[in-house]
Design a protein around this ligand. Structure first.
Ligand SMILES: [Cu+2]
Length: 180
């Protein structure tokens, strides 16, 4: 009976994967993404912002180039720029570079996923999914938590608890913004 040890081994490997969780599994190619946090919408609103952090533990820079979500007819990667003293959103056609060994934070008031053409009202507590595409061809299908603006933790140091990378991430906190 050679079969049983083999099955046991496979089971152990499988349980090991489960135990280490999605974060580790998705970090195997060097990109480590947080869950996405999405700003809840009021009825009638057709656009909102999504936020997350992306760490690149590989030796090569990558680039976030695409975002899709089944609840949004159109999705883009946006930044906020100052123009004549006013903060405006601008689509980043070339995406966002994730430096080798670095990280990028998409947070309220700065870089964000722009989710447009919403097909329904997004209420706090809902769980959705967002898919990201990188220039390297890597993709991530991520859980997206709909949250009230005050509860969005990305950018408030509420994400990535545990490890303290001190990369220069430009914190552009602006809690009064409602445009994204
Ligand atoms: Cu935007």
């Amino acid at each position: 009976m050679m079969i049983k040890p083999a099955i046991t081994l496979v089971l152990l490997l499988f349980m090991g994967l489960l135990a280490t969780g999605a974060t580790t599994a998705s970090a195997m190619d060097g990109l480590k993404t947080s869950d996405v946090e999405i700003r809840a919408t009021a009825p009638g609103m057709t656009a909102t912002g999504g936020y997350l952090t992306i760490h690149n533990h590989s030796g090569e820079a990558d680039r976030l180039v695409g975002v899709t979500a089944d609840f949004a007819a159109k999705a883009e990667i946006h930044t906020m720029i100052h123009e004549n003293g006013v903060m405006k959103m601008r689509a980043l056609r070339d995406g966002i570079e994730i430096p080798a060994g670095g990280m990028v934070e998409l947070a309220p008031g700065g870089l964000h996923l722009m989710l447009m053409g919403l097909t329904r009202t997004l209420q706090a507590g809902q769980m959705l999914e967002v898919e990201l595409t990188f220039a390297s061809g890597k993709t991530r299908r991520l859980s997206a938590h709909v949250k009230r603006p005050d509860d969005i933790a990305v950018g408030d140091g509420g994400v990535s608890g545990g490890h303290n990378h001190s990369q220069s991430h430009s914190h552009s906190h602006s809690h009064s913004k409602s445009g994204s």
